[in-house]
Design a protein around this ligand. Sequence first.
Ligand code: 13P
Ligand code: 13P
Ligand code: MG
Ligand code: MG
Length: 368
Amino acid sequence: MRTTLSVIKADVGSVGGHLTPSRELLQVIQGHLRQHAGELLCDRFVGHTGDDVALLLVHTRGAGDEAIHQLAWNAFVAGTAEARRQGLYGAGQDLLKNAFSGNVRGLGPAVAEIELDERPSEPFLFLAADKTDPGAFNLPLYLAFADVMNTPGLILSPKLGKGFRFVVMDVSSAEVDRVIELVTPEEIYDLATLLRDTERYVVESIWSRATGEQAAVVSTSRLHNIAGRYTGKDDPVMLVRSQMDFPATGEVLAPYHLGHFVAGCMRGSHQMPLMPVRLGSSVSFFDGPPVVSCAAFSLHQGRLTEPVDAFDHPFWDTVRHRVAEKAIEMRRQGFAGAAMLPMSELEYTGVVERLERLDKRFQVRTRC
Ligand code: 13P
Ligand code: 13P
Ligand code: MG
Ligand code: MG
């Protein structure tokens, strides 16, 4: 059976600032899906990470299906109405257009979809991050799929050893989709050259070279390309299939022990370490730190098992402590240097107007 996993995610309002959606908002979204899914869905899961609500929809209609996207859009519209009713902050934040037009891409919500022929056992991971952008997944994906120091499967398993094909998107291109395909291991230096620039080049998908099967997909939307102003970070979602021809679940999770610095946190304008957290976690310190959650599932004949909370293990408590210390250390330098994002990433904020005003006050002094 060809199954499609569609994750569609949006921030449509949150309690107490950009912290977390309300219980009622989540209930309204779940209720909408329950009432209106009809025969469309085989199964579903609704979760939230920080202030972002993600719908994992299982169906057989393929990626980009209008009815599935419409269902998700309508659920978020219903959630927005509830957010307005409760006076939540940023009600409808990620619904940037008023009308649905066939597909939620380009309308604000983030989308990650994968079509697959179910293996006898189909383990997969659903990761969602808040207060950061899709480039946050560049390093963890590179390590999991291309670095033998992280993934011994690359030498232990003949199929993994054939390598992977990475599709990388240039997210600075607003009008057209600019993508490049690179294969590992031959082109790892080229891949690393692009992936180091997380604000411009983002892994969109990864494919097995042994079987041609898709291993991973990341949402790659850039809200400021759609809105033309800062409306929040692009808080990404990702699906990764694991085991057998793909890296093991533990190899996919391992890179998150790094707490690597990512773009985002307060007003989407800083560099802060990414903290792996439990499902349904909020954010706190400095509207952060940026967080990533992971629900592990097995899929069978279109049905999901219960989610296993992959970062809910004593090991990750130590990581969280280290990441918190790293975050505090970075915040000690306030707006200075590496703590804040470069100008190119701030261009959709008030900094531009301030600089324009100040620019007029500069005087040219003659050198003597
Ligand atoms: P299994 O032998 O249980 O499949 O586990 C192998 C593995 O991938 C462990 O990392
Ligand atoms: P979100 O993108 O998660 O809504 O956060 C916006 C923000 O500016 C937080 O400081
Ligand atoms: Mg928000
Ligand atoms: Mg968010």
